[in-house]
Write a protein that binds this ligand. Structure first.
Ligand SMILES: [Fe+2]
Length: 389
C-alpha cells in the first residue's frame, strides 16, 4: 500500500526501547518486502514472533496441469465449483503460470483451528458472494460483495465468514501487486485522473492483541507446498505497527469508470498492476457518445497476453450465453471479439450494468485439471456465424 498507516500503540522512535506495563520489552519485527528495498512495516509483539514449537506435515498444493500449452478459448462455469467446508481445501486453482495462479473458491466455514500465511505470493481476493471479516496480524477489515482484499505476502490471516454462501475469485501473484504507477505522482499519491483515490482504500482500523501461549497452527504456503507449523504464542499479538506494508480493501463499486466518445481500451479499467499481469474492473457506466459509436468492443489480438474475464453481475453485452461466475479465457496468439450479433445489438445502447474483473497475463496460462471439470469445450467455436450458442 503506497501510503503510511499507523495502528495501535508504537514508540515515538523506531528501534528503541518500548516496554509493556510490567516493564518487559515488546518484540519489534521489521516486516518487509523485496529485501530492504520494498514496502515495510514495523510491528510490536507481546511475544517474540519466532517461537516455532514444531514443524508437522508438509504436502504439495501445486496446481495439476491438464493443458500446459493452450491456444483454445474456453468458458469455465465458476459456480459449478462445489462448496467445501475448509477455506484452503475449497480453493481450486483453474489457471496458472510462473507469475500467478487464478483460483475459484466456495468456502462454507470460517478458519477455526488454524491460521494461514502465503509466503509465495500476494493474494488478491475478490468477494463475489459473502460477508465477513479478514482477520490478520496487522488488523482486521470487514468485507462484503464487490470487495477486493489485497493481502501482501507473509501476512498471517484468517477468513471469518458470516454464513456459508461464499464465492471468491482469487489471484495469487508472485510479483507484488500495486496500484497503477501512471496514476501515482512521485510521492506515491493517487493523481486526479485516477479512477479511485486513497479515500476509497480501506485500511485495517481494529487490531486483535492476544497475549496467549499454547499450540497455534499456522499453515504456511511456500513453493507450492503447505507446511504445518506450530507456534508457541498466538500469531495475533501485535499491540501496534506503522509503515506501508499491510492488507487493505477496495470495493469495485468505488471504481469511477472512464468513458469517451468512442470505445475506450481496456487500460481505462485498470485497477492493479504487477510486472507480470494487470487487473481491470469493468463497472456500470455510460456508453460511448459519438453519434456513430459502436459500444461493443472491436475484435482484438493482444498477441502476447492471455485474457481472463470473470463475470460478476449484470448483462454481458459482447457475449452470448455468459452468466455470473463464468470465466472466459481468450489466449494469446489468436484474435477474439464480440459474439455474432453483439456488435449490431450494441448500437444505440446508452449504458451498461456489467460488472466483471479482468486479469491479463503477459505469460501464457496453463489450464488445470480443476478447470477442465467446469470447462465448456465448444466455447472456442462460438464465434462461428451458424454455430451461435
Ligand atoms: Fe478481450
Amino acid at each position: 500500500m503506497p501510503f503510511y498507516h499507523s495502528l495501535g500503540k508504537i514508540p515515538p522512535k523506531r528501534h528503541t526501547q518500548f516496554r509493556k506495563p510490567d516493564g518487559e520489552l515488546y518484540s519489534e519485527q521489521l516486516f518487509g518486502t523485496i529485501g530492504f528495498d520494498g514496502m515495510y512495516s514495523n510491528s510490536y509483539h507481546v511475544h517474540r514472533p519466532t517461537q516455532v514449537k514444531e514443524i508437522k506435515k508438509q504436502y504439495s498444493v501445486a496446481p495439476k496441469i491438464a493443458k500446459a500449452n493452450n491456444i483454445q478459448s474456453y468458458r469455465f462455469r465458476g459456480f459449478q465449483v462445489s462448496p467445501e467446508n475448509d477455506y484452503l481445501e475449497s480453493r481450486k486453482a483453474v489457471l496458472t503460470n510462473s507469475d500467478c495462479t487464478i483460483i475459484l473458491a466456495a468456502p462454507k466455514k470460517s478458519q477455526e483451528d488454524y491460521f494461514y500465511k502465503n509466503t509465495d505470493a500476494d493474494e488478491l481476493i475478490f468477494i463475489h458472494r459473502g460477508t465477513g471479516t479478514l482477520r490478520t496480524h496487522l488488523g482486521n477489515i470487514d468485507f462484503k460483495y464487490g470487495d477486493y482484499l489485497l493481502v501482501p505476502r507473509g501476512i498471517i490471516y484468517k477468513m471469518q465468514f458470516n454464513d456459508e454462501d461464499n464465492r471468491l475469485f482469487i489471484v495469487e501473484s508472485r510479483r507484488p501487486i500495486y496500484t497503477p504507477k501512471r496514476y501515482r505522482n512521485w510521492f506515491g499519491q493517487l493523481l486526479e485522473h485516477s479512477p479511485f483515490c486513497e479515500r476509497d482504500l480501506r485500511k485495517p482500523e481494529t487490531i486483535e492483541t492476544h497475549d496467549e501461549k499454547g499450540d497455534f497452527l499456522i499453515k504456511v504456503k511456500k513453493q507450492d507446498e503447505i507446511i504445518e507449523m506450530v507456534y508457541a504464542t498466538h500469531p495475533f499479538d501485535v499491540v501496534g505497527y506503522d509503515g506501508y506494508n499491510y492488507p487493505y480493501a477496495f470495493s469495485i463499486h468505488d471504481f469511477e469508470p472512464i468513458t469517451g466518445r468512442i470505445h475506450q481500451p481496456p487500460p481505462v479499467h485498470q485497477t492493479f498492476e504487477t510486472d507480470a499481469f494487470v487487473v481491470c474492473s469493468f463497472v456500470p457506466r455510460k456508453y460511448d457518445y459519438h453519434p456513430l459509436s459502436i459500444p461493443a468492443p472491436y475484435n482484438h489480438s493482444n498477441i502476447d497476453s492471455d485474457e481472463v474475464l470473470y463475470y460478476v453481475d449484470g448483462d454481458f453485452m459482447s457475449r452470448n450465453d455468459i452468466d455470473a461466475g463464468h470465466i472466459s479465457l481468450h489466449p494469446a496468439g489468436i484474435p477474439h471479439g464480440p459474439h455474432p450479433g453483439a456488435t449490431e445489438r450494441s448500437i444505440g445502447k446508452t449504458d451498461t450494468d456489467e460488472l466483471a474483473v479482468m486479469v491479463d497475463t503477459f505469460k501464457p496460462l496453463q489450464v488445470t485439471e480443476e478447470a477442465m471439470k467446469i470447462a465448456d469445450e465448444s466455447y472456442y467455436q462460438s464465434w462461428l456465424e451458424d454455430n451461435n450458442h
